[in-house]
Design a protein around this ligand. Structure first.
Ligand code: DI6
Ligand code: FE
Length: 407
């Protein structure tokens, strides 16, 4: 007879399993048993085996889905870029602002000037805001330090956020975000620093779960990114890429060539890029918040990604420049309105496919026996409403590793 820590009964369950149709709904009267933070049994309530449970809770018909996952954020930063936002509304472009010394580099100055304590205090409410909407896993990138000391500080702050919140934080080194001012005329020398000093130290100290880069005219060339990816691979770190956001730089192809976890943005990805992704296992991460904020008009090649069966994730890209959005529900809503993803694709994109984009699908992202009991409980009449409503608090509870967080 199994012994369980927690048994949830009278639930409606959208497992989001890829091998089941229609949100992976298994039953409208289901139960989930949790032990040691993992799902140990799940199915029709009528099939429940004989058991003992320390705690049993009726869900009264509530919908349960996998907890949400925000797989692409830059939510640790100093300052803000609201003045630049005003400039853009008066006609300046993101690239013009970047080329005139603003943009990412201005956040770099503010981040370098901030203490770890200040960065932590500014980032904590952002993580808490995501959790209040059902997010149990968040990826956080560095990339506003662009020197050894500040990149390390950002990653240490990310690790502290993990300890201070119920949210599981995955960290990504994005030292190759843009060329820092002191290397303005010698980007290759900066890439030397990234490969010879920053990457080895970050790997040695276990501060990053993956390595990202910005392949773009205002970022780094494909050849420079290749050097970073080769070093990361040599150090045993997974890679991912900001690809084809502002122009077709062959980013999707480059990501696919390195079997990147994901290629993100993809507005300007060509059909050859989509083909390369389809032949690899890289996830396409769509970031509609950046699309909206930059008044972009070219959407990513959604139909091609879909028809070639490239997995599609959706994330906030939370950052002060191109996506000052700290709500995964808003990202889901925008993905449906702007990119025409179906509500089911939006939910899969922030659960199963987001887990895949972090290399964590074996562990979370769907409700299945053996996976972490990261479970969002919703007051909804159907999970399609998650991409439909905006501003209505529908999260009743969030379990992370089987523990109530009551965000
Ligand atoms: N693309 C983005 O959308 C963010 N980084 C990147 O490479 C924007 C970062 C910023 O503008 O601060
Ligand atoms: Fe980004």
């Amino acid at each position: 007879m199994p012994d369980w820590d927690l048994l949830l009964t009278d639930a409606r369950i959208a497992t989001m399993r890829a091998d089941l149709p229609d949100y992976g709904i298994i039953s409208e009267s289901a139960a989930i048993a949790i032990n040691d933070g993992r799902i140990e049994w799940l199915g029709e309530q009528s099939q429940l085996p004989a058991h003992t449970a320390i705690e049993q809770r009726s869900m009264n018909g509530r919908w349960l889905t996998p907890a949400l996952i925000d797989c692409h954020t830059h939510l640790i930063f100093g300052g803000d870029r609201a003045a630049e936002f005003e400039q853009r509304l008066k006609g300046a472009s993101y690239e013009e602002i970047a080329l005139s010394g603003g943009g990412i580099v201005s956040t770099v100055s503010a981040t370098r000037a901030a203490t770890a304590e200040e960065l932590f205090a500014a980032a904590l409410p952002r993580v808490q805001a995501l959790a209040r909407e059902g997010v149990a896993t968040v990826e956080i990138k560095s990339g506003y330090g662009l020197d050894l000391e500040t990149e390390v500080r950002m990653l240490e702050v990310a690790r502290r956020l993990q300890d201070a919140t119920p949210v599981d934080v995955r960290t990504t080194l994005l030292a190759a975000h843009t060329v820092p001012p002191e290397f303005k005329d010698d980007a290759d020398a900066y890439i030397d620093l990234v490969c010879d000093e920053i990457l080895p130290l970050v790997a040695k100290r276990g501060l990053a779960d993956a390595v990202d880069a910005f392949c773009e005219t205002i970022g780094f060339s494909a050849a420079q990114v290749e050097r970073v990816f080769a070093k990361a691979t040599q150090l045993g770190l997974a890679v991912k890429l900001h690809a084809d956001q502002l122009s077709d730089s062959g980013g999707a192809e480059l990501a696919a060539r390195f079997n990147a976890l994901s290629a993100d943005h993809l507005e300007y990805t060509s059909s050859a890029g989509v083909d390369a992704m389809a032949a690899s296992s890289s996830v396409a991460v769509l970031l509609p918040g950046a699309f909206l904020t930059l008044s972009e008009t070219q959407a990513p090649p959604i139909e091609a990604l879909r028809s070639k069966k490239v997995p599609i994730a959706v994330a906030t890209d939370c950052n002060p420049g191109s996506s000052p959005i700290c709500s995964l529900r808003i990202a889901m809503m925008l993905a449906s309105r702007i990119f025409k993803l179906t509500p089911e694709e939006c939910l899969a994109g922030t659960t199963r496919e987001a887990a895949r984009a972090l290399g964590l699908l074996h562990d979370r992202g769907t409700l299945e026996v053996g996976k972490r009991a990261d479970i969002a409980m919703w007051d909804l009449s159907h999970p399609r409403e998650l991409a439909y409503w905006l501003g209505t608090p529908q999260l009743a509870d969030l379990l992370t590793s089987g523990q109530t967080t009551r965000p």
